[in-house]
Design a binder for this molecule. Structure first.
Ligand SMILES: Nc1ncnc2c1ncn2[C@@H]1O[C@H](COP(=O)(O)OP(=O)(O)O)[C@@H](O)[C@H]1O
Ligand SMILES: CC(=O)N[C@@H](CCC(=O)OP(=O)(O)O)C(=O)O
Length: 309
């Protein structure tokens, strides 16, 4: 090898070897990645997301993708002349809107993600929470101003059956899951917030990490007045903060709390607008968003040889 070639190749080897402690730590572990509708805005970002997920799979992790599609659902409802209304951060879902939600999530967004992932090999398999009883829900009635409100076919998760997802993981596949649940009440289906579905799946799968990709840098300390990101907080600290949060951050942070209180080691909210943000989070110490840890935390941003595992 010429001196010039060695010069350009060496930094690549160094980059790879720097990832070794993280590769060792995460090998064989399940990572649930929530890809939000707002982070899916750009073709290049979607392609980079697919590359990252496939990279994780080839690096020996077990990624599970749970996707949203709020803006895509709203656009389709609009096309059909149906109004989008949200209460307590959740879409008021009439039976007519439910058909649109199901068609957009399972028929469009999920298909697109599966297609992007499968450009790299026969890896991704799409499913919804309806399949093999993966997610079961009953009607969710949020309390607004002290009153229980009917927001239609919005589901509250009552059970998760991980059998089908686990079988896919054992077969080396990447499950791509739409946040629709089978009903425990009747033979219809429910619309579940995708952050909530991802968190419930992460806990039930005993995942190492829940990673929520969105369109902000993380949890802002004083949103919307400042863009100071809280880089790390414990479950108890988050619990205290929850009543102050608004809009889309509520289900995300509730989900992160649920995950770390139920065995998941870290739950992170990261910026899906940054290319390869997943790899930056998993394989470097440049954690870029907000990380929630259990009250007795494990320092995951420290390489195994430098600190406690
Ligand atoms: N404290 C906060 N920190 C960051 N974003 C916040 C906060 N409170 C509310 N938000 C809002 O939450 C949004 C993210 O949620 P959402 O729109 O549901 O995204 P996604 O489609 O990725 O699930 C942000 O774009 C921001 O407008
Ligand atoms: C009940 C409820 O609100 N469901 C969401 C499901 C999709 C979702 O959560 O998408 P994002 O992650 O892109 O927000 C909805 O209908 O918009």
């Amino acid at each position: 090898m010429s001196a010039a070639r060695k010069h350009t190749a060496l930094p690549k080897a160094q980059t790879l070897i720097e990832a070794l402690p993280w590769l060792t730590r995460h090998h064989g572990r399940t990572v649930v990645i929530k890809f939000g509708g707002n982070a899916m805005i750009d073709e290049e970002l979607k392609a980079a997301f697919a590359q990252d997920v496939v990279f994780l799979r080839h690096a020996g992790l077990k990624p599970v993708v749970v996707h949203g599609g709020g803006p895509q659902i709203s656009a389709q409802l609009d096309k059909q002349g149906l109004v989008s209304e949200f209460k307590a951060g959740l879409r008021v879902t009439t039976p007519e809107a439910m058909d649109v939600v199901r068609m957009v999530l399972a028929g469009q967004v999920q298909r697109e993600l599966v297609g992007l992932l499968n450009q790299h090999g026969p890896l991704a398999v799409g499913m919804t929470g309806e399949d093999a009883h993966t997610i079961t829900a009953t009607q969710h009635r949020p309390t607004i101003d002290g009153e229980s409100v009917d927001i239609g076919r919005v589901g509250e998760i009552t059970a998760i059956d991980t059998g089908a997802v686990q079988a896919l993981l054992d077969d080396g596949r990447i499950p791509v899951i739409s946040s629709i649940a089978r009903s425990a009440d009747d033979h219809h289906v429910y619309n579940v917030n995708a952050d909530t579905a991802a968190a419930a799946l992460a806990a039930a799968l005993n995942a190492e990490t829940l990673m929520v990709l969105t369109d902000v840098e993380g949890l802002y300390e004083d949103w919307p007045h400042s863009d100071d990101v809280i880089s790390r907080l414990t479950a108890s600290e988050l619990e205290k903060l929850l009543p102050e949060l608004s809009s889309g951050m509520v289900p995300k942070m509730q989900g992160c709390l649920h995950a770390v209180r139920n065995g998941v080691e870290t739950a992170r909210v990261i910026d899906g607008r940054v290319q390869h943000s997943i790899l930056l989070e998993i394989f470097t110490d440049e954690g870029i968003g907000t990380m929630v840890v259990p009250d007795a935390p494990i320092d995951v941003h420290t390489g195994p040889e430098q600190g406690e595992a």
